[in-house]
Design a protein around this ligand. Structure first.
Ligand code: NAD
Ligand code: TYD
Length: 340
């Protein structure tokens, strides 16, 4: 039986990945390490804790703590490390650029040191399409050889980590892969990100703050499709390679927000155009031919179906949504949107 250390497993993608892995693969033990920042929520895996006594274990810890992680990796005889842990929000990184450097850069490097020391079988870094920067409306989509050109403190920190991961492969022969996916959506996403924020505000008849003119384009992938791709890369990814993971669903923000309002039967008049994000990337688009052709993966969930499922999940789990909106989050929301 293999043992997989998942970092950031109480966050959005991490918790979906742990659920997915436990449901599909009986031959694996999962060790989840999470610092439980505002974005890490133990509620996300409450039922898993009880159901999978032997194959799942949680430790509250910081990935920057070398001694703790090093000891843990030996104690639990870890074979793989998958690093999801991050400060993942662009707006927070603009508000305070330092927050993402510790975890996203130093934390990743700490894990690389642990992986190297303990001869880990594979180190999988979960990265993002944002490291490539921004596209014009007519530009071809990002491939794995598009040069890195990050524009926000968040994407710059993720690009830095990618370069360190590459360097540990080239210099120390550390067996690595990197995945770069487009914008994920689905259950358990913290309502500071576009889709859950808009669902929450629409449900409460609050204004939906669309940045600028709402013309920016993102490619959206359902989190389950991303989890399948990550597992393919973990099992079959060629050592040293980077894989782009895309959803084939490019949408302008304004069109996406209107879709949410339509499904919830709420009026477009809730839309409020607010001051644009500084350095706002115009468009992301992913070319995922490499993973499709070499690892036989492609996205299965259409955006319309995925959005419907996601909205249904938030409707069925309004307690979850209300609980994560803490006092601290409300202060952040007021600070970010209050003067826009
Ligand atoms: P998230 O913010 O929902 O979760 C991040 C998790 O990391 C939280 O549980 C948090 O407590 C934990 N964490 C933060 N700092 C930590 C530290 N120092 N030590 C241990 N744990 C720590 O993020 P997400 O949306 O689930 O993203 C997961 C990963 O995927 C990130 O690396 C992100 O860059 C990448 N990614 C996200 C998206 C997206 O659309 N959400 C797209 C592409 C890539
Ligand atoms: P977000 O979910 O923050 O992801 P990212 O910035 O990593 O792509 O934002 C997605 C898009 O939605 C992005 O173009 C910014 C825009 N946006 C808004 O218009 N209003 C909002 O309140 C938020 C959070 C995002």
């Amino acid at each position: 039986m293999k043992v997989c250390l998942v970092t950031g497993g109480m966050g959005f993608i991490g918790c979906n990945f742990i659920r997915f892995l436990l449901e599909t693969n009986e031959e694996i033990r999962i060790i989840n390490v999470d610092k439980l920042t505002y974005a890490g929520n133990p509620e996300n895996l409450k039922d898993i804790d009880k159901t999978y006594d032997f194959s799942y274990k949680f430790y509250k810890a910081d990935i920057c703590d070398f001694d703790f992680i090093d000891k843990l990796v030996r104690k639990e005889t870890v074979n793989f490390i998958i690093n999801f842990a991050a400060e993942s929000h662009v707006d927070r990184s603009i508000d305070n650029p330092s927050i993402c450097c510790d975890t996203n850069i130093f934390g990743a490097q700490t894990l690389l040191n642990v992986a190297r020391k303990n001869k880990i079988e594979k180190f999988l870094q979960i990265s993002t399409d944002e490291v490539y920067g921004s596209l014009g409306f007519e530009d071809p989509a990002f491939t794995e050889i598009t040069s890195l050109s990050p524009n926000s403190p968040y994407s710059a920190s993720k690009a830095s980590a990618d370069l360190l991961v590459r360097a540990y492969y080239k210099t120390f022969d550390l067996p690595i892969n990197i995945t770069r996916s487009s914008n994920n959506y689905g259950p358990y996403q913290f309502p500071e990100k576009l889709i859950p924020l808009m669902i929450h505000n629409a449900l409460n008849d609050k204004p939906l703050p669309v940045y600028g003119e709402g013309i920016n384009i993102r490619d959206w992938i359902h989190v389950k499709d991303n989890c399948e791709a990550i597992l393919q890369v973990l099992n079959y990814g060629k050592i040293g390679e980077i894989y782009n993971i895309g959803g084939d669903s490019e949408l302008q923000n304004i069109d996406l927000v209107k879709k949410i309002l339509k499904i919830l039967d709420k009026p477009d008049s809730l839309i409020t155009f607010v001051k644009d994000r500084p350095g706002h990337d115009l468009r992301y688009a992913i070319n995922h031919e490499k993973i499709t052709n070499t690892l036989n993966w492609e996205p299965k969930i259409s955006f319309d179906k995925g959005l419907e499922l996601t909205i249904k999940w938030y409707l069925d789990n309004q307690n979850w949504l209300d609980n994560v909106i803490s006092k601290e989050y409300l202060k952040y929301y007021e600070k970010l949107y209050g003067n826009r």
